[in-house]
Design a protein around this ligand. Sequence first.
Ligand SMILES: Cc1cc2nc3c(=O)[nH]c(=O)nc-3n(C[C@H](O)[C@H](O)[C@H](O)COP(=O)(O)OP(=O)(O)OC[C@H]3O[C@@H](n4cnc5c(N)ncnc54)[C@H](O)[C@@H]3O)c2cc1C
Length: 227
Amino acid sequence: VATVSRIDVLDKGFVALVDVMGNDRTPAKVARTSFNNNNQLRTEEQDAKLVRYLVEHKHTTPLEFCQVRFYFKAPIFVARQIMRHRTASINEVSYRYVEAKEEFYVPRSWRMVKKATDNKQGSSDEQVQFPEAAAYLVLKAGREAVAAYCELLDHGVAPEIARTVLPLGLYTEWEWCCDLHNTIHFLKLRLDKHAQWETRQYAEAMLQLLLPVFPNIIEASGLTNGD
Ligand SMILES: Cc1cc2nc3c(=O)[nH]c(=O)nc-3n(C[C@H](O)[C@H](O)[C@H](O)COP(=O)(O)OP(=O)(O)OC[C@H]3O[C@@H](n4cnc5c(N)ncnc54)[C@H](O)[C@@H]3O)c2cc1C
């Protein structure tokens, strides 16, 4: 993949910013269509001020004129969460065509923590009694699952059926394209502390990749100040 930049995430994953349409000033130029004067030259400061106004007053359509394209490599359970965001266009590797590799997520022992008590879905900071042993169990189960997968392939079973035994932690890869407005919406939801830690790492990497390209829009959206 020809990438602009990429950040490694988790033990074997990454996210790469592959392509961008528009820049930090595009929404301001688009918004001026309302006054039929979008070809007039404006200063960077004037554009920045207008973008802040647009974001503050939720005039978000001009932000949709910027598009971002990412390439992800992430565990399937992270992919499932990211793919819930319907406004993105996605194309994923198919384990009907391609044989899966022995690449699955093994959480570090510090992630072997108990269920959260203050919300129903998350995890707490309290480690289980034997975190190393718990992490080893993930590794062992993943290896056994991949071994069973390979054995099924050896028996001549088609990859689309053999993959049945593969774990949720297996890495998958996909292209992701979305307009900037909905990307910011995505980031707000997936950077939040209620989002799963593993998925948050991808959202954080996306934010870092987008910051140099859209510094003013991202700041105006409140993504850099924990809003
Ligand atoms: C912390 C967290 C926990 C979650 N837990 C669960 C869970 O337990 N189970 C589960 O199934 N999901 C869960 N989700 C997924 C969640 O319900 C949303 O599906 C997901 O966050 C996508 O959000 P979205 O619809 O706003 O984004 P997008 O799908 O990108 O849509 C962006 C916006 O476009 C509009 N839109 C898109 N499609 C439609 C439509 N068909 N009709 C009307 N408006 C539309 C809406 O305004 C929407 O906000 C969770 C999400 C988060 C962040």
